[in-house]
Design a protein around this ligand. Structure first.
Ligand code: AMP
Length: 189
């Protein structure tokens, strides 16, 4: 069991809603949910029962962990609200993201699609504007996030993003390295 820093009581997970992606990604999401439960860390996520989102939430809930889902009303059926856990239904995507941000001490990014990209780019842009210094850890399973990191690096090379901005996050290859990395970042902050 990984001891959670007192400052990391709630972790927001951004990840894909697809059920048809690489099963290893879905399995890793479930494993991370179980690790959150074992560490006594609350999961904050988008409230859905599908894809990596659902796998993370079920993994955490099934192991007795705390979960908060935040679901916009209009997505309730599309993302199949997982209502075995505490859920807040909000009016818009903006409200969802703001509540997920406010309720979390740190952020974990698992593989995901456009929605996940939108969420993490906003989170990183807020970091760029010094609106927060909350830890961010990417699970770079099978190099999934390498093209994203390369794009950010490209903007650095073109002097559009400050050098060293990639220090805003940590990337790990294995699920079991996520919580220790988060704890280290929280302690260093
Ligand atoms: P995806 O990575 O496309 O599977 O999406 C992952 C999650 O991000 C889903 O719950 C989407 O509803 C959510 N999402 C997509 N766009 C936004 C947005 N603009 N604000 C907040 N959440 C979003």
């Amino acid at each position: 069991m990984v001891a959670a820093s007192r400052r990391v009581d709630s972790v927001c997970v951004y990840c894909g809603s697809s059920n048809t992606t690489d099963p290893d990604y879905i399995a890793a999401a479930g494993a991370f949910g179980r690790q959150l439960a074992a560490a006594g860390v609350r999961l904050v996520y988008g409230g859905g029962g599908v894809g990596l989102m659902g796998a993370t939430a079920r993994g955490c809930h099934d192991e007795g962990g705390r979960v908060l889902g935040v679901m916009p009303e209009f997505l309730r059926s599309r993302e199949i609200l997982y209502d075995d856990v505490e859920t807040v239904v909000v009016r818009s995507m903006h409200e969802r993201k703001m509540l997920m941000f406010e309720q979390s001490d740190a952020f974990v990014v698992l593989p995901g699609g456009i929605g996940t990209l939108e969420e993490i780019v906003e989170l990183l842009s807020w970091r760029r504007l010094d609106l927060h210094r909350k830890p961010i850890v990417f699970l770079n399973q099978k190099g999934f996030w390498d093209p994203f990191f390369a794009l950010v690096e490209h903007t650095v090379e073109q002097k559009l993003t400050p050098a060293g901005f990639s220090g805003a996050w940590t990337a790990v290859d294995r699920v079991e390295d996520i919580l220790p990395a988060l704890t280290r970042m929280a302690e260093a902050a």
